[in-house]
Structures are given as structure tokens and as C-alpha cells.
Design a protein around this ligand. Sequence first.
Ligand code: ZN
Ligand code: ZN
Length: 284
Amino acid sequence: MRIDLHTHSTASDGTDTPAELVRNAAAAGLDVVAITDHDNTAGWTEAVDALPRGLTLVRGMEMSCIGLGEDGLPVPVHLLAYLFDPTDRSFAEERERLRGERMERVRAMAERMVADGLPIDPDAVLASAGPSAGRPHLARALVAAGVVPSVDAAFEELLAPHGPYYVEKGDTPLRRAVEMIATAGGVSVIAHARARKRGRLLALDDIRELAALGLGGLELDHPDHSAQDREILADLAAELGLLTTGSSDYHGANKTIRLGQFTTDPAQFEVLAGKASGVPVITS
Ligand SMILES: [Zn+2]
Ligand SMILES: [Zn+2]
């Protein structure tokens, strides 16, 4: 049984439509796939409607949160939320707040650029970005306008936290997100908690406190985790009684990772599915 619990579609920053994602998952020999776009559930219906025979779909989301770093300062954290009830009121309102907040942030950054005379059109950037608007969309606009040679250059200079156009994000505090997902009948799993190349790391003691608040698990096998990081997380999961997952974090053509490159142990998946009460897994 091959289970991949973390993938992105065009509902966020992947390149497969939700329908293509489930078809490609079946073609890749997966038995179970989760759709986990950033901060929205917009791909769920299309994925369900296109689900190939024999493939099981887990509806999920990857939420942008703020936790406590190893250095005691706030750190961005991605939290996977599985099988929650999308109509749960407080969680739905929080997603709505994030959506508005995301658009406002990109607009604020774009307007600072305009004020400095850069050839950026805030409306055009927002129109092309859609619901998961973020710095990548601004970076691509800066490249297209010839302001910087590459997306990487945009991130290293103009869009960096110390750069001239950066605006803080209003992401959800990790504790609050864990509690909201649990209340909505979902299971929360911290994504790539030891992915050093993405920046500073979440404090292990913060994970210990989250476990007491209803955190479900830790993503163990991930393209950005070293063998040593996996060991640290496996020990912590055993200590805290958390489930562990493995996933590709597939983004289609936006990254080189293949569907099913890392997978979740079937027994762990059983635990995850058994804990959830928001929406069921779907098999066509
Ligand atoms: Zn992530
Ligand atoms: Zn992801």
C-alpha cells in the first residue's frame, strides 16, 4: 500500500489541476493521496469528482502558522490539517481572514514598489495570483518587469524580511491552529519541522506543548529532512505518542519531487484516519 499525504495542486502553488493530481497519483501507483493546498480547500471538489477507481483521497490543507523558534523568536511553521469539517465556523472564518490578509499583504508590498517607481501593477499581480497570493507572485512580476534577473534574486534582496518591500504576515498562531483543527474534527500534523534549508527551526519544546493541545503527528519522511532530522522527529513522536507520516510535498513541474517519492506507513495512516471525524476519506 503506497500512501502520499502531502501534495499541491493549482489551488495553490502546484502545476497539476486537482483532477490531474488524482489521475497522476493513480498513474504513479499510489493507493492513497492527500490534497493539501496552502490555506484553502478550493481543490477538494474537483479532486473528488475526478477520483480514479481504486484510489483513496484524503482531503486536507497546509496551513501557514507562526510557532516558537529554537532561538525563542517567532518562526513560520506549516501545519498539515487532514479530514476536518470545512464548514466548522471558527475554522472557516480563520481561513477567510487569512485569504483577505494574504491579498492585503501582497497589495501593500506592491504599492510600496509603485511608490518607489518600480513598474509593478498591484491589480495585475493580485489578479494573476488568485487565492494563495504571496511573495512568489511578486517575484515573478519583478522578473517579468526586468527589475531583477531571477525569482531567487527577488527573494534575496527586494522581498527578503530585511528588504525594502517586506510586509509581515498575519499567520495563525500554531497553538490556535492545532486547537481549531481538532475542534473541526481534523488531525493536525506539523509539516517538514526540521527543514533547515527553509530557515530557522521550530523549538522541540514547542512541539511538546502542542502535543498536549491535541497535535496529531509529525511529518517524518520529507525531501527536505536529513536522516538525522528524521531520527530526532521519530524519537520525539515516540516520546509524545504522535503519529508519523511520510510525503513527497509534490508541486508538479514547480519542483523535481515525484508523487510517492516518500510515503506513509499504512498503520500510521490507519491511526490518522481513525482519529478524524470531520469528513471521511473517499474511495471511488
Ligand atoms: Zn510546507
Ligand atoms: Zn507543501
